[in-house]
Design a protein around this ligand. Structure first.
Ligand SMILES: Nc1ncnc2c1ncn2[C@@H]1O[C@H](COP(=O)(O)OP(=O)(O)OP(=O)(O)O)[C@@H](O)[C@H]1O
Ligand SMILES: [Mg+2]
Length: 485
């Protein structure tokens, strides 16, 4: 029986609102004209730019202030750009780095990439290319930081025992649990399958004064009426065939502790009468027994059914409903608190990676996006299973969309098939049962194509526009709209 000591009640965490700081870029080049040009362009792009005229000066700056991205010329008189990058990585392993080579010297560029540069530019480069490379290097760094931040959040705050969540809905659940845990009132937990009803029941018990006594869970839906009765109340020797000794029931096992009656809606009418009696009189009899035994139990019941309707339809006793519905606690479905999905996903990666001996440490932006868009009919249990599978399948340090179940991946880009230009009408996309947010979906597709076309054309907009069969003007409109160039 679980009797672990309960953790202290955590304070209800306040949502954080931190204004995003401007990314800071350090430009290192011995040529003043180059420094000037880069600083002009990057400042207009909204970055905070710091300049250094050589490697030595750059290292001093790196030691003194937080830099997000280092852009360095490779050939400089005092120190090579690659050495500056090495020094920078020693100071901050996550710093993004872009090398500028005067000659398209692949060997040096490759060496720089090996040392962790995000990219390189060979002179002369066009400004669109520069902006694109800088933006994607910073985006990658930001995503890495986001993963680290999520991990820290999972470890430090926003949890009630092991219940993860910081959406408004979950904060209310935490608050209610904190208030009702120390009482002995009966609680009725409702929520769809997989929303964490049992987890909440345990949290209530382990934050109650009964925490050092047993927590006993009974699945009322899994047993026949007679079996459930003897499981709950125990029996006397000879009460029925096979009852060759007296046996305590779970109500007695849970003495002075908590009994969790899961799937309470599934109990038979006769069982409902017996439960009502225990709840009203706090006494019961073993099957075949004559002696009345006192039941000192706190009852927490749970159901994923609509009990009010069951009462209306005569399938559930009204008097029993009122007895158990003293304090209702409703767990919201995951799709109504999507802001919890990244935190939960990070939590499950952290849980499964060490168990499987895998070096998976975070999630890619695309994977996070797909997870956030999916409907999760099986709620957190389904998310937990999806993450277990993803960690098992993933071959890289970050979960990629490819490792997610097909249905989840489909949420990000539903059923739209790519059609080459001139191939006639595109295949009809299929509208999922639960519907989609069309505007957002279309925008996402647009943005993805624009970004890919820009990448493939090395930032040459004319070419990118051609690839998408649109005029230069419309292409410019979209790159502005999505802030891509
Ligand atoms: N907020 C949460 N944070 C972390 N894990 C969670 C959370 N909610 C649920 N889980 C995990 O999801 C799984 C399902 O939770 P649980 O068994 O409590 O759901 P349930 O509502 O009782 O589901 P069912 O109705 O199917 O019995 C468990 O492994 C649980 O640990
Ligand atoms: Mg359950």
């Amino acid at each position: 029986m679980a009797t672990r000591p309960a953790a202290a009640l955590p304070a209800v965490p306040a949502p954080e609102i931190v204004p995003a700081p401007k990314p800071r870029v350090l430009v290192v080049d011995d040529e003043p004209s180059m420094r000037e040009m880069l600083s002009y362009v990057l400042e207009r792009e909204g970055y905070d730019v710091v300049l250094a005229e050589g490697g030595g000066a750059a290292v001093k700056i790196l030691n003194a202030q937080g830099i997000d991205l280092l852009i360095s010329d490779i050939r400089m008189p005092d120190m090579s750009g690659v050495a500056v990058l090495e020094a920078a990585k020693r100071i901050d392993p996550d710093i993004a780095g872009i090398m500028i080579t005067a000659y398209a010297s692949t060997a040096t560029a490759v060496e720089a990439l090996r040392l962790g540069a995000s990219d390189y530019l060979s002179k002369p480069f066009d400004l669109d290319e520069l902006k694109l490379v800088v933006r994607s290097a910073l985006e990658r760094r930001q995503l890495r930081e986001e993963n680290v931040r999520l991990k820290r959040l999972v470890n430090e705050t926003h949890q009630f025992a092991n219940i993860i969540g910081r959406s408004g809905a979950m904060l209310s659940v935490f608050k209610l649990i904190a208030i009702i845990a120390p009482t002995t009132s009966t609680v009725l937990i409702t929520g769809e399958s997989g929303t964490g009803k049992e987890l909440a029941a345990r949290a209530i018990h382990f934050h109650s004064l009964r925490r050092d006594r047993p927590f006993v869970a009974v699945n009322c839906g899994a047993l026949t009426e007679t079996l459930l009765e003897s499981e709950l109340f125990g029996h006397m020797r000879g009460a029925f065939t096979g009852a060759d000794a007296n046996r305590k029931g779970l109500v007695e096992v849970a003495d002075k502790g908590t009994i969790f009656l899961d799937e309470i809606s599934e109990t038979s009418p006769a069982m409902q009468v017996k439960l009502l009696r225990v709840l009203q009189e706090r006494r019961f009899r073993r099957v075949g027994g004559t002696e009345e035994i006192e039941a000192d139990i706190r009852v927490i019941a749970a159901t994923n059914r609509d009990l009010v309707r069951a009462v209306a339809e005569g399938r559930f006793r009204e008097d029993l409903f009122y007895r158990i519905n003293v304090i209702p606690l409703t767990l919201p479905p995951l799709r109504d608190r999507r802001e919890d999905i990244p935190l939960l996903a990070a939590h499950f990666v952290q849980k499964f990676a060490p168990q499987m001996g895998k070096k998976v440490t975070g999630l890619s932006g695309d994977a996070l996006r797909a997870l956030t868009l999916y409907e999760w009919p099986g709620n957190i249990r389904e998310l937990e299973n999806a993450m277990e599978r993803a960690v098992a399948l993933e071959q890289t340090p970050t979960i990629l969309p490819e490792s997610l179940p097909e249905a989840v991946r489909g949420a990000a880009v539903p059923t739209l098939r790519l059609v080459p230009k001139d191939a006639g009408a595109p295949a009809l996309p299929v509208l999922p049962d639960e519907g989609i947010d069309l505007e957002r979906h279309v925008e996402q597709i647009e943005r993805d194509y624009i970004a890919q076309a820009l990448e493939r054309s090395n930032g040459v907009k004319m070419r990118a526009a051609e690839m998408l069969g649109m005029s230069f003007r419309s292409f410019r409109y979209y790159t502005k709209k999505y802030r891509l160039g």
